[in-house]
Ligand binder design. Structure first.
Ligand SMILES: [Zn+2]
Length: 370
């Protein structure tokens, strides 16, 4: 490794989760007592323990540690010389000082931000150092333009209160822009059922591969969607409101989200992605009560199942407002976002105990809800 350059890779998406992890604190204590060798051993133990905890959770067979698996580093095992663009890494045969390179924005980040833990990995013969950085939390700006409400769905992955279907024209498909995702998912669903019935070892292998592929596709789409939503919020001076999926279970019977068992993780992921991208941009983020967002009229507030005469369509029985059901649901979500933000930021008016400006506090149920 000593004569090879190390590429510094900033894993933007994991930075927030990794910074200030519990493991980091434990290791700082161990480091006071021990030298570098023990420190490396502690890291290895942590890795093995982590692997087994994972294995238990996922009920898989014995974990196989690859010869070139990731080597974890913390501040005691690695030191950066930012002027010379070199990093000194502890190895079993002594310290190795190697030059590093990376994308300009990542190099700048390493130069200016506090460095946390890192993983040294080897990918196709290239050594990569994946560095976790503590990003500064920008102050959340007042959403002067209101909120962008985003309705998550199966037919349309995301529709905003502006009537925009995301991730948009990047995906060619028949109805609503996301047609191709749906066709793909339906096909996979049938394929999966067939393989599950078969139940052979090779069928199980194919199932695992399909699951991985689908997982990556959905993750990529969620990144695209959350990025576009936060960018639009930034451009228009608004905050972002999404439905709170957590509060649903057991409260609203047979809510539409419960029927989405196939990809419920993807909806939760979209919330996670949007939340951290909003925080990074200083955009207000609110989760709202999901009750009846698809049955309530955003104009007059009338709530009825009969407001939904056909799939994907909304017609208010009282005032006659008609349109795309997901778009109008997104308008309800936006309105609840405004109400939720006001409740969080005017604690005395609502009797909420904490005056904190919490980016992700759960607002109380809206009046147009249950
Ligand atoms: Zn109405």
């Amino acid at each position: 490794m000593a004569d090879q350059a190390v590429a510094v890779e900033d894993r933007h998406d994991r930075v927030a989760q990794r910074a200030g992890s519990g493991a980091g604190e434990q290791l700082a204590v161990a480091g006071l007592l021990a030298g570098a060798v023990q420190q490396a051993a502690v890291r290895a133990i942590a890795r093995v323990a982590g692997a087994y905890a994972n294995r238990r959770a996922s009920k898989k067979r014995a974990h196989i540690f690859r010869a070139h698996g990731a080597v974890p580093y913390d501040a005691r095992l690695m030191s950066f010389n930012r002027d010379a663009r070199t990093v000194s890494l502890w190895t079993p045969t002594g310290r190795a000082t190697v030059p590093y390179t990376g994308r300009p924005e990542d190099l700048k980040a390493v130069d200016t931000l506090p460095v946390g833990e890192a993983d040294l990995i080897c990918r196709r013969g290239v050594w990569l150092l994946q560095v976790a950085l503590a990003l500064p939390q920008p102050v959340v700006r007042e959403p002067v333009g209101g909120f962008i409400g985003v309705d998550q769905g199966v037919a349309n992955l995301a529709v905003t209160c502006d009537g925009v279907v995301l991730p948009g024209p990047a995906l060619a498909g028949p109805v609503g822009g996301n047609g191709h995702v749906r066709t793909l998912r339906d096909r996979r669903h049938r394929q999966r059922r067939r393989l599950q019935k078969k139940g052979t070892a090779s069928a199980r292998r194919v199932l695992r591969r399909l699951a991985g592929r689908e997982h990556r596709m959905m993750t990529d789409l969620n990144h695209q969607i959350s990025k576009q939503v936060v960018r639009e919020a930034e451009r228009t001076g608004r905050g972002v409101a999404l439905e709170d999926l957590q509060g649903i279970r057991g409260r609203v019977r047979a809510h539409r989200f419960q029927r989405r068992t196939l990809h419920s993780w993807a909806f939760a992921q979209q919330i996670t992605f949007t939340r951290y991208k909003a925080a990074r941009a200083g955009i207000a983020f609110v989760l709202v009560d999901p009750a009846y967002t698809s049955q309530a009229c955003p104009e007059c507030g009338y709530v009825s199942r009969a407001n939904r005469p056909a799939r994907g369509r909304f017609v208010c029985e009282r005032c006659g407002l008609a349109g795309h059901a997901d778009h109008l649901a997104a308008r309800n979500i936006a309105a609840r976002g405004v109400a939720g933000w006001a409740a969080i930021n005017q604690p005395h008016a609502t009797g909420l105990p904490s005056p904190r400006r919490d980016r992700e506090s759960k607002p109380p149920a809206s009046a147009s809800g249950s």
